[in-house]
Design a binder for this molecule. Structure first.
Ligand SMILES: Cc1ncc(COP(=O)(O)O)c(C=O)c1O
Length: 362
């Protein structure tokens, strides 16, 4: 195709953009494709939204979302200087690359992982080192050594992992942060759904490691994907260039700051949804197993499900779609024989199972 717009940078012209999951306009669709929370945000969020006056939008918001930083610092037992609020977790990922990686630098990731990572690396023009999971999607035994030896400037590790849902323990992150010479980013978009019995908490590590940056988001755990609010946690020196140099002047808006504060101050409500989702995760994986479908042990709000070649993952994806149920099928190596199913509400999960029973004619 002739490029009629030769204004893009060379590397932008050559890349494919990020392909987001489908967002159907009909509310009849059971949406189990983009890992949203099936329960509404807390009543305090709704109340706060209903009280926002349009006149409050006349002024710029707090540039650094000070109230949110204060609140989040108390929730996580860190200092406000350790927190950088962003326009969704995705903005934080982009800012990390803008701030820490030049064109001659390398980003290390595992493959597969969040499909936005390679896109962001390409936009920034830096190189990518991808460490493949094995054919069963387990991390290689020497994962830490491979990451350290990559000499990457930045490593993005998603924990718990997407799309498998597997969890690396805190001890692993602690040791890796000690040995890795660059910035170690642990993308904890799904950390809220980890079983509390596992005592997974990497936040205290930010006081120990000056190169460790954690990503959190309100999109999943707090049912606010449409709000676009996330934040990073790290040593104040590490995040200060993002706060004071690379961030957009007002990167989070007034309404999202207000609602993010409401969400965090009614955290117990969100926690009750995490527990329900954990229960449903168990229910769904057991039911899938009864249908002969293996899923990976997950600490997230989704399950990656292996689909036998007959009938094939794409077939199941399409059949579910015809039945108004959206799941995610990634047509890429190692994932094209699997589907990823977001844990829905109890009713949605039951509908999914009965649809699968029909499709598989069990
Ligand atoms: C692994 C991972 N990290 C980060 C994000 C970013 O989330 P958001 O930009 O909605 O905060 C997502 C969203 O799907 C994700 O799956």
């Amino acid at each position: 195709m002739v490029n009629l717009m030769p204004f893009e940078r060379e590397n932008i012209a050559q890349i494919e953009g990020y392909l987001p999951g489908e967002q159907p306009s009909s509310s009849d669709v059971i949406k189990l494709n983009t890992n949203e929370n099936p329960y509404p945000a807390s009543p305090l969020v709704a109340e706060t939204l209903s009280k926002i006056e349009v006149d409050e939008l006349r002024r710029y918001p707090s540039a650094l979302a000070d109230e949110f930083c204060g609140l989040a610092s108390r929730v996580h037992n860190v200092n406000p200087e350790n927190i950088i609020p962003t326009n969704g977790g995705d903005e934080l990922l982009r800012l990390i690359l803008t701030t820490f990686a030049g064109e001659n630098d390398t980003l290390a990731i595992t493959s597969p992982s969040y499909s936005l990572y390679p896109v962001l690396a390409n936009i920034q023009g830096c190189s990518l080192t991808e460490i493949p999971l094995d054919k069963d999607l387990n991390y290689p035994n020497e994962l830490a050594e491979l990451l350290v030896d990559s000499s990457a400037k930045i490593c993005f590790l998603v924990n718990p992992h997407a799309p498998t849902g597997g969890l690396l323990p805190v001890k692993f992150i602690d040791k890796l942060a000690s040995n890795f010479k660059g910035v170690l980013v642990v993308d904890e978009a799904y950390a809220d759904f980890v079983d509390p019995a596992l005592r997974y908490d990497c936040i205290p590590l930010i006081n120990k490691h000056k190169n460790l940056l954690l990503l959190r988001t309100l999109s999943k755990g707090y049912s606010l994907a449409g709000l676009r609010f996330g934040y990073g946690l790290g040593d104040s020196e590490l995040i200060s260039p993002i706060k004071y140099k690379t961030r957009d002047s007002y990167n989070t808006d007034y309404i999202s700051q207000q609602l993010a504060c409401a969400a965090l101050s009614s955290r117990e409500y969100a926690m009750s949804t995490w527990e329900k989702i954990r229960q449903s995760r168990k229910f769904l994986s057991t039911k899938l197993e009864q249908l002969g479908l293996k899923s990976w042990p997950s600490q997230t709000n989704f399950l990656l499900v292996q689909i036998p070649d007959n009938p094939g993952a794409e077939y199941i994806y399409k059949k579910l779609k015809l039945d108004n149920i959206l799941v995610r099928h990634f047509d890429v190596n190692n994932l094209n024989n699997k589907i990823r199913i977001t844990i829905g509400s109890e009713d949605e999960n039951k509908r999914l199972i009965s649809s699968l029973v029909n499709i598989l004619r069990i």
